[in-house]
Design a protein around this ligand. Structure first.
Ligand code: SF4
Length: 251
């Protein structure tokens, strides 16, 4: 596997300050792609043990929230196999740091529906991924105020929650509330599993260190997760829509 670039400080491709790796090779060839040079599987440098050690070292500072994996296409089979030792090592050395992965594949159809069931390394790979941003970049659906995604068709998916529940769990920010209002009718607010140890600290809810999932009031299924620094906007929207939250966990 080759990689096109490593960014030592990245604040665009996931929450917090991150380290990012752009792998080489992508067959999607989306119109308007910003990383065309990385379509070629032979582009860039060889990814090897030294690359893994370098990334592990870059992740060391406490202000680094985690690793983002982009492309090219990280889920091309050859790239999944190449990246697996990196994902495992990051989770082993930094269990509290998260990993975001960007893919042009559709999560339900291609990733969970096919690769996860057919390839043991996909299962292992997904076990190490916290958030996956899925779907091809669609230039006609590009908007400038989208968070951590390029076009409105792309979704930020909580991979572990999705695997656990068997249905898609999305991480949602203000951009979804602006463009996908239909999906978040009757929301209730509960705590994101990542921050369960802070459940008692209701006062901390406004802290930017807490994320909060939004679940359907009708069937209890979590349908989205809202980071706390966006919660004000969520509350305002709930109020504007005249929705009442009666659950004990609600804000
Ligand atoms: S999937 Fe990503 S890297 Fe591949 S062509 Fe589309 S935008 Fe570019």
């Amino acid at each position: 596997m080759n990689y096109a670039d490593i960014k030592t400080v990245d604040i665009q491709d996931g929450t917090g300050v991150r380290v990012s790796i752009y792998v080489s090779g992508c067959h999607f060839h989306c119109k308007g792609c910003h990383n065309k040079e990385a379509w070629d599987f032979n582009y860039g440098k060889k990814f090897d043990e030294n690359t893994i050690d370098y990334i592990i070292d870059l992740l060391k500072p406490s202000y680094i929230a985690g690793l983002s994996i982009l492309g090219g296409e990280p889920l091309e089979l050859v790239n999944q196999q190449g990246l697996l030792p990196l994902v495992k090592k990051v989770k082993e050395v930094y269990p509290d740091k998260n990993i975001w992965c960007y893919t042009g594949y559709d999560f339900e159809k291609d990733v969970y529906g096919k690769m996860y069931k057919e390839y043991s390394y996909t299962k292992e790979f997904l076990e190490g991924i916290d958030i996956m941003v899925d779907g091809e970049f669609v230039e006609e659906k590009k908007l400038v105020d989208l968070k951590f995604r390029g076009s409105t068709n792309q979704r930020k998916i909580d991979v572990q929650a999705s695997l656990k529940t068997g249905s898609i769990v999305q991480l949602k920010f203000g951009d979804e509330s602006r463009y996908e209002k239909e999906e978040i009718k009757n929301p209730k607010i509960i705590f994101f599993k990542e921050f369960e140890d802070k459940k008692e600290k209701q006062d901390d809810i406004a802290s930017e260190n807490i994320s909060i999932p939004v679940a359907s009031q009708e069937n209890e299924n979590i349908i989205s997760i809202v980071p706390a620094f966006e919660i004000q906007e969520t509350q305002e929207r709930i109020a504007a829509e005249g929705l009442e939250n009666k659950d004990d966990n609600n804000l």
